[in-house]
Design a binder for this molecule. Sequence first.
Ligand code: NAP
Length: 292
Amino acid sequence: MSEIISRLAVFGVGLIGGSLALALKRAGAVGEVVGVDRSIENLQLARDLGIIDRAATDAADAVTGADMVVLAVPVGQMAAVMRAMAPYLSPHAVVTDVGSTKQDVVALMQQHLVAHLDHCVPAHPIAGAELSGATAARADLYLAKKLVLTPLAQTRPDATSKVATMWQICGAQVRTMSAPEHDAIFAAVSHLPHLLAYALVDMIAQRDNAAQLFEFAASGFRDFTRIAGSDPEMWRDIALANRSALLAELQAYQAQLARLAGALEQHDSAALIGLFSRARQARQDWAAPINE
Ligand code: NAP
């Protein structure tokens, strides 16, 4: 594989940014990886694990000479990072991100990277885990996973295609859509499930007999609540950034729960069988290609 990036600057060398760096290094697609992180310990770990070649002292040091800059911090930190690096970006540097929400990142780029918008390529890898930090990074995280690009009206096609190629090298399948479409889709299939998992675990944990309930909770509870182990800061930022789409999904879910409660109150066996059967069929149809 030939080198497509000479110097990659990664802000936030955690699960997502660290896995990207590892995958590009394994493919021989990057010359040098420079890391920046809020935590010195995490940065040291990233160097020890071979995820980065060099820890930058600050944003200026990180982006000077970089031809690809990846923002892999929680979305609530994107503004501060963009502000810090903007004056030092090389004119040809491509700036991309991995944030789970896109309309907010697009708006921040338009606010803080005004002189650089033709090189900005917002992105979101649809891969991850409830684990955080450099120790969670894996070179194979993006294999056969989707990657969504939401380019700006100003983005140059060659910048978009450089970011697309970077992710394809990591094994991802690249899709392009608008930022509002992205945020509506992920409110439904990612952000809502995370809120439900957090809400259920918290509700159980607040009960007087929580210890007993957790003692008897088994695989169904484990599967449903795995994502409640996710990083609270990251999910606070995502929930607030995608607030309106998420509120609409919460209302739709509350209406669905009200229909279920009504069916229980009415002893409506047909309604329960109908809903459970439709859901089981849809779940099986969705999961089938994954298991092939
Ligand atoms: P992570 O493992 O916690 O890594 C993020 C890293 O960024 C942490 O080391 C964190 O330091 C550091 N950081 C935070 N603020 C910073 C700042 N201002 N400057 C420099 N470094 C900073 O999180 P992640 O899972 O990789 O998530 C990173 C991004 O990917 C988020 O925007 C998230 O929405 C997105 N994403 C996550 C997933 C997923 O499943 N996890 C999937 C797709 C996209 P600390 O150790 O101090 O917190």
